[in-house]
Design a protein around this ligand. Structure first.
Ligand SMILES: [Zn+2]
Length: 398
């Protein structure tokens, strides 16, 4: 075996701030053990889990159910997002368990509750929590469009405008500033232009950041012709030019993070006519390998991938001790093998969702060892299953 410096590199462990680990009544799609095992295989030491589960994570009781389940099953560390509740009472005592709040399009555009939103903004500022938005305005959807074209770029663009204007006006009227607003899975060129400008326009009250996904960066809407249900995802895939603008945004450090939006479903939920197929795909096992392949091709540097998939995500969420290798930081590290060449085969995924739009891609580079706070949880293709339960809620780490 080649153990030269050129083959293996130690990186701060990868951090993915947008994943769906499902569990509870969606355990047939994924659970905390399979989802965090997929993370470990992918060199990811910390994942932040979304609240659109069954039951949804927007009541204190449902949050406790999730915390209990994650505690016994997680292999890597995790943060939890809280969903928007129907009343202010459901926000009491939840702040110390969560990394932030997730807003879906319906929370803003269908049943917006100003009183609840004001309370969330106050909690966010006083507890260093981040508000993460899925920005798509349902008023702009066109259900007569061909598969994959029903949510045009204008729906994302108009949602970002509305979210920022609304938030800024509430912050001004309540005399609040310094709230962290993060727009996730940004998919189009126009949105990037808008966000780059908005960071400046709203900086008196809002710390604005945004991420994109590997599928929005590397896949485009010509793929919907082949297998629309498989490629179905929200926001929709856009054009090759949008891909290029996202890539330029990475080169210019305009984008703040990369995420997978790991969104597992059972195969039977994907293999359906487009209108009934569920949106999203798993991604945790192949994100870092795809990024390492981009490094091999000269499209990104290792420093870029540490920045977008570890350092900057830890800063967005305020995760002290993660995203860096330094004195006092957690020993959560990823050792990568830069030379191994292999083909993506979803049959070998640890995730329960054994499909991917990147099926058959030839990659160069993969995680070799994943270390979570000093313990090896994955090594050379093997997940250390006896460490099930080693993963901790980051908010409980001191
Ligand atoms: Zn998502």
């Amino acid at each position: 075996m080649d153990v030269s410096r050129e083959r293996f590199r130690i990186l701060p462990g990868a951090i993915d701030i947008h994943v769906h680990l499902r569990d509870l009544e969606y355990s047939y799609k994924e659970d905390y053990f399979t989802g965090t095992s997929a993370a470990a295989c992918g060199g990811v030491v910390l994942v932040c889990d979304m609240p659109n589960t069954k039951p949804p994570t927007n009541t204190p009781n449902n949050l406790m159910l999730k915390i209990e389940s994650a505690r016994s099953k997680a292999l890597v560390d995790y943060g939890l997002y809280y969903g928007v509740p129907s009343s202010k009472n459901m926000l009491r005592d939840v702040a110390r368990y969560i990394v932030g709040f997730k807003f879906y399009p319906e929370d803003v555009f269908e049943h917006f509750n100003r009183e609840v939103y004001s309370e969330i903004l106050k909690l966010a500022v006083s507890n260093n929590l981040t508000l993460v938005f899925h920005a798509e305005n349902p008023k702009m959807f066109n259900y007569n469009a061909p598969p994959g074209f029903e949510r045009p770029w204008t729906s994302e663009y108009s949602a970002i405008q509305s979210i920022l204007a609304l938030t800024h006006s509430i912050l001004r009227s309540e005399s609040i500033s310094g709230v962290k607003i993060h727009i996730t899975h940004v998919s189009s060129a126009k949105s990037i232009e808008l966000l780059v400008n908005a960071k400046r326009v709203y900086r008196d009250r809002i710390k604005l950041t945004f991420d994109t996904t590997l599928h929005h960066l590397l896949l485009d809407n010509s793929l919907y012709r082949f297998n629309p249900g498989l490629y179905k995802v929200y926001p929709t895939l856009k054009t090759r030019l949008d891909n290029l603008r996202l890539y330029l945004g990475l080169l210019r450090r305009e984008v703040d993070a990369l995420v997978t939006d790991h969104a597992p479903h059972s195969l039977s939920e994907k293999v359906k006519p487009y209108s009934n197929a569920l949106p999203g795909y798993p991604g945790l096992e192949i994100a870092l390998p795809i990024l390492l392949t981009m490094v091999d091709r000269g499209l990104l540097t290792l420093e870029d991938i540490v920045y977008y998939y570890s350092y900057s995500p830890s800063r967005i969420l305020g995760l002290e001790g993660f995203g860096v290798i330094s004195r006092g930081a957690y020993a959560s590290l990823t050792i990568v093998d830069l030379k191994t060449e292999w083909k993506v085969n979803p049959d070998s995924f640890m995730s329960k969702a054994k499909y991917t739009p990147f099926n058959g891609w030839s990659l160069k580079g993969k995680p070799y060892i994943t270390i979570v706070r000093g313990r090896v949880v994955f090594e050379n293709g093997i997940v250390y299953e006896d460490l099930k339960g080693w993963g901790r809620n980051v908010r409980e780490l001191t």
